[in-house]
Design a protein around this ligand. Structure first.
Ligand SMILES: [Zn+2]
Length: 417
C-alpha cells in the first residue's frame, strides 16, 4: 500500500516512518538464520518522517538527521541506497536499546549523525521491515533542474595539475591550472568525522576557492563524497564556487537538503544530470559534456548508485588524468578506450583509483594501459570497515604504474599533468 504523503508535516496514525539506508557494516549470516549487521547508517526520507519518529519515540533529532544503528539482525539481506520502513514499535520499548545523542561539538560523528541507537540484545526482531519494492523514489529523489547545455561554458580550457586531498575514508580532488583551482571533484570526508573537523578543512580550502571560483562536481550522493557541504553556509558557497554539477539520484533527507541549498545558491548553475538507461549487458557510462581538454561522463542506471556517478577525464600536456569517484573498472576501461585509443596510449596517466581501492575482479576487465614509470595511481582512503584498499587491487594495478600512492600514508597527493 502506498502511504499518503499529501500532509507534509503532521504525521497520521499508523503511517510508516521511511528511512534511507546509506550503508552498513555486515557481519555475515549468523544468529539462528539471521543476517547480522553491526552498524547501519540510516537517514530519514524527509522532514515528515523525522517528525513522526520524534513524536512516536520521544527521541530528539537536531539539525543532523543520520542515525547510527548498532546490533541489527535481519531476515533479509539489506540493500544500500534503498528506502525502508522503520519499526517504531520496537523503538517505543526503551529497554531494548540505548540512545546516545550526538552534539554538534562532539569530537566524532557530529558532521552528519544525530545519534546512536545501540540494541542490547543481538537477536532482537527486525528493526527494518524490508519494503519489497522501495517506493516514493520520485517524491524523495532530487528534483529536476535545467538543461545541461551550459556545462561546457563552465569548464576550464586547460588543466596542468591534479591534487587528491587526504580526507581519510572519503574523496576530494582538485584540478588546477597555473595553481588556480578550476574544478573541485567531490568535497567529501569520513562518515564519522566531526563537524569541527569539516569546518577546519573547509577553512583551509574555501579562501583559495573564493579567488578562482572553481566548478564543483559531485561524483555521486554518497555522504563520503559531499559531507563537507553540509556545514558550508549559503554565502560561503556563493563566494567559493561558480556552480555545481551532480547526478540526479534518489536520496535521503540530508542529500536532498544539500541539493536544495545548492539550488538556492547557484540557481541555473546548479545542474543535475539525469542517469541514462543501460544499453548493454554491463553498466557503462556516457559522455555528457566536453571542453577542450576535459570530458565528463555519467554512469548508467543501476541499483548501486556508485555506478551511476560522474567521472572526469582530462587530457594534460604531459599526462592524462582520470577521476573516478566510486565507479567500477568496466567504466574505467570504457573511458580509457574512448579517450586513449587514438592518442598514443603510452602517455602516462594519473589515475585516481575507483572506490577507495575496492576489490577489482581482473577476469572482468582488461585495462588498456601500458606500463609507464611516470604513471601514478592514487588511492583516496582512510581507516574503514570495508577492507579498502584491497591488496589484490594494488597487485593488479602495479604492473601499469610507476608509483601507487595512498592518502593514508602519503597525505595529500599532487601530480603534474
Ligand atoms: Zn566513496
Amino acid at each position: 500500500m502506498r502511504p499518503r504523503r499529501n500532509n507534509p508535516i503532521k504525521p497520521e496514525m499508523n503511517e510508516e516512518c521511511l528511512v534511507w539506508l546509506e550503508g552498513y557494516k555486515y557481519e555475515g549470516y549468523k544468529y539462528e538464520g539471521y543476517h547480522k549487521y553491526s552498524e547501519l547508517y540510516v537517514d530519514f526520507s524527509n522532514e515528515r518522517d523525522i517528525e513522526l519518529f520524534k513524536s512516536e519515540t520521544g527521541i530528539e533529532i537536531g539539525d543532523k538527521s543520520f542515525l547510527l544503528i548498532k546490533n541489527i539482525t535481519s531476515e533479509h539481506i539489506l540493500r544500500r541506497d534503498s528506502y525502508y520502513s522503520l519499526n517504531l514499535e520496537i523503538l517505543k520499548e526503551k529497554k531494548n536499546y540505548l540512545y546516545r545523542p550526538i552534539n554538534n561539538d562532539d569530537e566524532e560523528m557530529s558532521a552528519i549523525f544525530a545519534g546512536v541507537i545501540e540494541f542490547k540484545n543481538q537477536s532482537t526482531s527486525e528493526l527494518l521491515n524490508f519494503l519489497s519494492k522501495p517506493h516514493r523514489h520520485e517524491t524523495s529523489s532530487l528534483s529536476k533542474t535545467t538543461s545541461i547545455d551550459k556545462i561546457s561554458d563552465l569548464l576550464p580550457n586547460e588543466i596542468d595539475k591534479v591534487k587528491v586531498l587526504n580526507v581519510l575514508q572519503g574523496n576530494w580532488n582538485e584540478l588546477k591550472y597555473n595553481e588556480q583551482v578550476k574544478i573541485v571533484y567531490d568535497i567529501g570526508g569520513c562518515l564519522y568525522s566531526s563537524m569541527n573537523n569539516n569546518v577546519q578543512r573547509w577553512k583551509q580550502c574555501g579562501d583559495k576557492y573564493s579567488l578562482y571560483k572553481p566548478i564543483l562536481v559531485i561524483s555521486h550522493w554518497d555522504v563520503d563524497h559531499y559531507i563537507t557541504l553540509v556545514d558550508i553556509s549559503e554565502d560561503e558557497l556563493k563566494n567559493s564556487f561558480s556552480g555545481v554539477i551532480c547526478p540526479n539520484h534518489k536520496a535521503g533527507h540530508m542529500a536532498t537538503q544539500t541539493w536544495e541549498k545548492l539550488k538556492r545558491v547557484f540557481n541555473h548553475n546548479a545542474i543535475k544530470i539525469d542517469i541514462p538507461s543501460r544499453k548493454s549487458k554491463y553498466v557503462l557510462n556516457e559522455l555528457f559534456s566536453e571542453g577542450d581538454k576535459i570530458w565528463l561522463y555519467i554512469g548508467e542506471k543501476n541499483s548501486n548508485r556508485n555506478l551511476s556517478g560522474i567521472q572526469v577525464f582530462v587530457e594534460g600536456e604531459y599526462k592524462d588524468c582520470l577521476l573516478t569517484g566510486d565507479c567500477n573498472y568496466r567504466q574505467v576501461e570504457n573511458i580509457l578506450n574512448l579517450n586513449r585509443q587514438s592518442a598514443n596510449s603510452t602517455k602516462p596517466i594519473a589515475f585516481v583509483v575507483p572506490h577507495h581501492g575496492t576489490e577489482v575482479y581482473p577476469s572482468n576487465v582488461q585495462l588498456t594501459l601500458n606500463k609507464n614509470s611516470n604513471s601514478v595511481a592514487i588511492i583516496s582512503v582512510g581507516k574503514n570497515n570495508y577492507g579498502h584498499p584491497s591488496n589484490n587491487t594494488i597487485k593488479y594495478l602495479s604492473p601499469y604504474f610507476g608509483n601507487i600512492k595512498k592518502t593514508d600514508n602519503d597525505g595529500d597527493v599532487e601530480d603534474r599533468l
